[in-house]
Design a protein around this ligand. Structure first.
Ligand code: AGP
Length: 608
């Protein structure tokens, strides 16, 4: 998704804005640009492609100033060209804007503006917005922005500058995150904290319908109808070091290897082994309602949806609460039935996924208790739930979600244990599970030690374009997750399935040498998985199995084995997913794919 960085203060800000854009690269983009007020005019540089192209352009034709806006664009309206790149200027060239989101009524607005004499250069909805601001501009920039946004339907995060107000930035948000980093007489506006944290760790998070006027002397936060809003200064939790590569070749590999630590961080302070309790402080204020929960609906997208599927097994097994998992994009339009006692849990790493946010709002509006399992502190989903818990797994930069997934599983296990203890789960069972959970970081380390073996196996299948991933029970969702990881970063087609489903059609896909990944760990359905493996072997498929260590028998049934230490079945996804993450990573590297910035993808999908 697009990224916004804006600065006003006492420093030359060209380098600040460029470095800020680089911190947002992981969000996904296909063009970039910058505008700066210099010598009373607005100067703009834009480039299609990577930020390095913009950097080169600015090197050849410098920008100098202390107030500016910058943007990485993920194309929605109009191709990823220089013409469509942000910032966009109004037709007088005196007002500049960068925009995240979608102006849904831009066509009607554009037609009307053209009838008022406005002219356009691009195909974008964002250029309509800056010309609308220009139309209302009578010398007061805040007023013009407020009037223009009053006419807009859709979502936006914007930053606006004007040649008439050389040190002022006006920013506003509705549906697209924006926060203001507050330094010493300098301010940085950005789409997320990654672009702010090297300047300051104090920030103001704008909420929907809010805006801010900033000058080096200070800022004021307002509603769109011009009422002052007092906002708390909040602390950005993570450090610069956490958003840097630290010697790894890719963020994805760093984050896969961070999992022993990130799981530990998610667990920290949340396990009372003695009492056999999970301590979920963020849910204390709704503990009474949770104890009476009759039904749980988990809603999410992508990897978070896969985590939700594991959560369904955990909550039904440990807490015996009927649970279903819904794609957020489907749930929000399905006219869902929400009876009293229904709890809806939104799972989202970024806390900004548009479909998940909309599903959460739909659930709240229908009377559900709306909870969040979110990683990014202060994100929109986190702020709009009735209660929730943060993963605390640190910023996840790689587009392919890895450490957030394992932390989501940890959180769901803790929640299932806590809800189970309010019902029929006895203290001893809870103690055992919590004990095993606490041992997960060390067990993940053992699986990570197989990374080079997995890399060597991946080399054998780099040319294969079709994969199957199969698992049963708790590990059926992990099969889906393994398939998603592989396809989203190596561009190989991969399908995840419940292992038994293969014979209802997909087995027709098996041909000589087709790589088929089975999760064949010890557990209630191990023998059945073994039969499925034989069905594939009989048709010439190549079998890559994730198995429990010390299982000597499986080697004669399969071509490659990646092992996990012994673990109770409900917690096994925390380990079985790791070889699949590494398999996807090494395959993508072997296929020279852009591992951290896969084509067409964005880290946080803030548009529908
Ligand atoms: C997972 O690797 C993908 N990047 C994607 O499916 C992601 O999980 C999905 O967009 C949901 O994102 P969220 O957790 O930030 O809501």
């Amino acid at each position: 998704m697009c990224g916004i960085v804006a600065y006003t203060g006492h420093k030359a800000c060209t380098r600040i804005l460029l470095e800020g854009l680089k911190r947002l690269e992981y969000r996904g983009y296909d063009s970039a640009g910058m505008a700066m007020v210099q010598e009373g005019v607005l100067a703009v540089r834009r480039a299609a492609g990577r930020i390095s192209a913009l950097e080169q352009l600015i090197g050849e034709d410098p920008l100098e100033g202390v107030t500016g806006i910058a943007h990485t664009r993920w194309a929605t309206h109009g191709a990823p060209t220089k013409k469509n790149a942000h910032p966009h200027l109004d037709d007088t060239g005196r007002i500049g804007l960068v925009h995240n989101g979608i102006i849904e009524n831009y066509t009607a607005l554009k037609t009307w503006l053209q009838s008022q004499g406005k002219s356009f250069r691009s195909e974008t909805d964002s250029e309509v917005l800056v010309n609308l601001i220009s139309h209302f501009y009578q010398g007061n920039l805040v007023d013009a922005v407020q009037k223009a946004l009053g006419e807009v339907k859709g979502t936006y995060g914007i930053a606006v500058v004007s040649a008439d107000h050389p040190n002022t930035i006006v920013a506003a948000r509705k549906g697209s995150p924006l926060l203001l980093g507050v330094g010493e007489n300098e301010y940085v506006v950005a789409s997320d904290a990654s672009a702010i944290v090297e300047h300051t760790t104090s920030a103001v998070y704008l909420d929907d319908g809010e805006m801010v006027e900033i000058t080096p002397e200070g800022f004021r936060t307002l509603t769109l109808d011009n009422n002052l809003v007092s906002k708390e200064l909040e602390n950005i939790e993570f450090s610069l070091q956490q958003i840097e590569l630290d010697g790894y070749e890719h963020f994805m590999l760093k984050e896969i290897f961070e999992q022993p630590v990130s799981v530990q961080n998610t667990l920290r302070g949340r396990v009372d082994l003695e009492a056999g309790q999970a301590i979920l402080g963020g849910l204390q204020n709704v503990a009474g309602q949770l104890s009476k929960a009759k039904r749980i609906i988990i809603t999410a997208c992508g990897t978070a949806w896969h985590a939700g599927l594991v959560g369904e097994f955990l909550l039904e097994h440990l807490a015996r609460i009927p649970t279903e998992v819904e794609y957020a994009s489907e749930f929000r339009y399905r006219n869902p039935i929400i009876e009293p006692g229904t709890v809806v849990i939104a799972i989202s790493q970024s806390g900004e996924t548009a479909d998940t946010l909309a599903a959460l709002r739909e659930a709240k509006q229908r009377g559900a208790l709306a909870l969040g399992i979110v990683n990014v502190v202060g994100s929109t989903i986190a702020r709009e739930t009735n209660a929730g818990v943060y993963l605390h797994c640190g910023p996840e930069i790689g587009v392919a979600s890895t450490k957030a997934f394992s932390s989501q599983l940890v959180m769901l296990a803790l929640l299932a244990i806590e809800l189970g203890r309010q019902r029929s789960l006895d203290q001893q069972q809870a103690r055992e599970l919590l004990g095993h959970l606490s041992g997960i970081p060390g067990k993940i380390e053992k699986v990570l030690a197989q990374s080079d073996q997995i890399r060597q196996v991946a080399q054998l299948y780099l040319q294969r374009e079709h994969w199957l991933f199969l698992g049963r029970g708790y590990n059926y969702p992990v099969a889906l997750e393994g398939a998603l990881k592989l396809k989203e970063i190596s561009y190989s087609h991969a399908e995840g399935l419940p292992a038994a489903e293969m014979k209802h059609g997909p087995i027709a896909l098996i041909n000589e040498g087709m790589p088929t990944v089975f999760i064949a760990t010890s557990g209630s359905q191990y023998e059945k998985v073994l039969s499925n493996i034989e069905e594939v072997r009989a048709r010439g498929g190549k079998i890559l199995a994730v198995a429990t260590e010390n299982n000597a028998q499986i080697h004669k049934h399969v071509d490659h084995v990646f092992t996990i230490p012994e673990i109770p079945e409900p917690l096994s996804p925390l380990l079985t997913v790791v070889p699949l993450q590494l398999l996807a990573y090494h395959t993508a590297v072997g296929r020279d794919c852009a591992v951290d910035k896969p084509r067409n993808l964005a880290k946080s999908v803030t548009v529908e």
